[in-house]
Design a protein around this ligand. Structure first.
Ligand code: PHE
Length: 347
């Protein structure tokens, strides 16, 4: 390039080129790229014009510089405006795509609720706590001695067959009953004793109403002058609170090695009031727990004077109570964590 005229022609053609290109620019990103091809100080088509300065006669140099700068300014402004316009369009599109209809109904928040077994355990614990019982939590792995022998069930005792036991070794097993806790408590506390002991127990048993793992709650009272009447009185109070004001109890003779006498406790059917229905299988009564007067041999095994003290014990199945209360007919439903089931059992 030799003079201003040539420069002006060049600038005019660059401007035209920019205008021609502009139509194809649809995003601020492409504006940025295009801007570089013209305005980059080293490689840009306008940026490079300054290099021509050395070929220009001295008296035209000042005007040459001004013209190049004016072209730069024009192009800069042109791209700025285009960029602004495209950015505004892009933002508008984004706002539209992210639009939220605040009149739409809100998504339902799912709240968790306690598992029915936990609810039943809490309810029973509250009832017994209000009668002055404290809670003892035993261990799931027990010694054969605590689960059986000390409970007057030595090796070869036929009552061992009542419960199919998971043995871990000849000495250790998964407790088959929370009754094992009775021994721990009586070994470590002096009467008066008044405890409940909730927890998991294990038996090799599996059908619609039995599961290899289930939950029990044990109760034990030891003091001077405790009789079967105290057990009956306490149970009457208990069943009214859990099954309703009109519920009564009935004791039937039974057998457990660690209680003498032993009883099976029935409650009057809370569904039909004793008339006979499907729940109570037409009998008007529902079996809910095993209990009895603590066998003297068990007291003595724990170093408690059986002449001075006596006691009663009971054991109930929490799944059984939950199944009765909530009308569940298969114990597995309590262990499957199916929300469609659990959602219905919330109180
Ligand atoms: N442990 C007995 C059972 O699991 C229940 C029970 C507990 C019976 C306490 C009497 C006294 O079948």
């Amino acid at each position: 390039m030799q003079n201003l005229n040539e420069l002006n022609e060049k600038i005019a053609s660059i401007k035209q080129e920019i205008l021609d290109n502009a139509d194809a620019l649809k995003s601020s990103r492409s504006v940025y790229e295009c801007r570089k091809t013209f305005l980059d100080s080293k490689k840009g088509k306008i940026g490079q014009l300054m290099k021509e300065m050395r070929n220009i006669p001295n008296d035209q140099k000042a005007d040459f510089g001004k013209a190049v700068n004016a072209a730069k300014e024009w192009a800069g402004q042109f791209f700025d405006e285009l960029d602004e316009k495209l950015k505004a369009e892009e933002q508008k599109l984004r706002y539209e795509s992210e639009k939220i209809d605040i009149s739409m109904p809100a998504m339902r928040t799912r709240y968790g609720n306690l598992h029915p077994i936990t609810t039943v355990r809490n309810q029973l614990t509250d009832i017994f706590a209000s009668m002055g019982f404290s809670v003892y939590e035993g261990t799931e792995i027990e010694k054969d001695y605590y689960n059986f022998t000390a409970l007057n069930t030595p090796q070869d005792h036929p009552a061992r067959d009542m419960q199919d036991t998971f043995y871990l070794s000849p000495e250790f097993l998964l407790r088959t009953q929370t009754s094992a806790g009775q021994i721990h408590v009586m070994e470590s506390q002096k009467p008066p004793i008044k405890i409940i002991s909730p927890g998991k127990v294990f038996r090799s048993d599996d059908d619609a109403t039995h599961s290899p793992m289930f939950s029990q709650m044990e109760g034990l009272v030891v003091d001077e002058g405790i009789t079967l009447c105290d057990l009956k009185g306490m149970l009457d109070l208990f069943v009214k609170q859990i099954f309703g004001e009109n519920t009564t109890t009935r004791l039937r003779p039974s057998y457990f090695p660690f209680t003498e006498p032993s009883v099976e406790v029935d409650v009057s059917c809370f569904q039909c009031g004793g008339q006979g229905c499907r729940l109570c299988k037409g009998t008007g009564w529902i079996e809910v727990l095993g209990a009895g007067v603590v066998n003297k041999k068990v007291l003595e095994n724990c170093g408690i004077d059986s002449e001075r003290y006596s006691g009663f014990a009971f054991g109930l199945g929490l799944e059984r109570i939950a199944m009765l209360k909530y009308g569940i007919n298969n114990i597995k439903l309590l262990f499957e964590s199916d929300l469609r089931v659990l959602d219905q059992i919330d109180d």
